[in-house]
Ligand binder design. Sequence first.
Ligand code: CAA
Length: 405
Amino acid sequence: MPQNQNKVTYGIDRMAFYIPEFYVPMTDLAQARGVDPDKYLGGLGQENMAVLPPDQDIITMGASAAEALLTDDNASPIDRRSIDLVIVATESGLDASKAGAIPIHGLLNLAPNCRTIEIKQACYSSTASVRLAMAHVMQHPSSTVLIIATDNARYGLNAPGEATQGCGALAMTVTQNPSILAIDPEAGYLTKDVMDFWRPSYLDEAIVDGKYSARMYLTGLINTWGQYSGITNKTIDDIDRFVFHLPFSTMADKAYRRLCQHTDHPEDPAEYVAGKQLNQQIGNSYTASLYLSMLSLLLADDGSANNELTGHTLGFYAYGSGSVAEFFTGTVIDGHKKYLLPDYHHNQLTQRQALSFDQYEDYYRFQSKIMSRDQGGNISIPTVSQSAPFVLTRISDHIRQYARS
Ligand code: CAA
């Protein structure tokens, strides 16, 4: 589809993700929990689950994702002084008061004249951040907004949600006339006060009613699609690919199927399948998940005729339990491939190490320990990551200390 070259657009200019060096294969998890592996591989659609090691947290993962984007040698460098707003979207916040964006701003050596905040509304807060960033660049056209979606998804060892854990960070910049995706102003959005998934501040694991949360996810999709299509007069045929928030990858199949049934549209899996691969390897990354699906879709674009995404309309569904949902669209920009860091992202996935099951449980319990009031305030952290740009080195008097490695 041709793009109007003269139209001023707003949206995503750069993207990069960071995941820890460690994962557990879903077949190992299934064996250890006495579950048929096909349930995890086929039923949930997951292959591997990223695991947070002791020396990583939402700050180090977020700073590492942003560092990759800021130091991309293949693209024109981003002027760090143009970044005047940093937003961290997370539901794994480490502090009830101080924004996680502040230590990330420090680790990245960004300019002091910058606003830094943290936003919360479950997995939806990354999309709230994008909307806030777009409003900011509309007012300040030369600004660059850095958004970092960073999370550690924890449900508990042996809990029903354990197979949908995961972790990771996705950094993106929002600018005027972006290089990757121009986002449309129209959207359908919904707030519905439900207790499908939540984490009281005294817990380090989420409480979830899993089946109910999946129903609420689908209810939000139908509602926000209805609002969006009513405003725009668009139908499913106007959307070239769907990009979903993915708590686990077969959620995309359920969502697409439900939308097709609701709109009496024939199902064509080719319209959505490509965005699931990163989630299958990483698991749920909460706030990062929707934009990881988008990156997964764009990275899989090999330029072949039936897979060329330039100029195509992507339909996005964001869902944050609790709940807030949004359906919106964007157009893929000509030349976007130059900004996707394919080698860096490939290495992120292929240079990981599978943990033994005991190590996985040890790493999980270590996170519980450092999040506890009794033990977490003063603790030295073993360095286990070999190639992480940033590591957590110790916690002294409840202050986390970080180093560039
Ligand atoms: N072979 C193949 N498939 C199998 C199988 C086997 N042996 N055994 C089961 N399955 C299939 C089931 O049929 C089911 O598929 P369908 O849903 O298509 O029927 C799938 O595997 C999962 O099986 P169950 O529903 O029986 O699994 P469960 O009871 O263990 O619960 C879960 C699954 C609800 C997702 C649970 O892991 C959970 O609570 N996860 C956390 C919450 C969550 O992810 N919610 C999603 C929406 S909320 C949201 O999106 C926000 C967010 O990020 C949290």
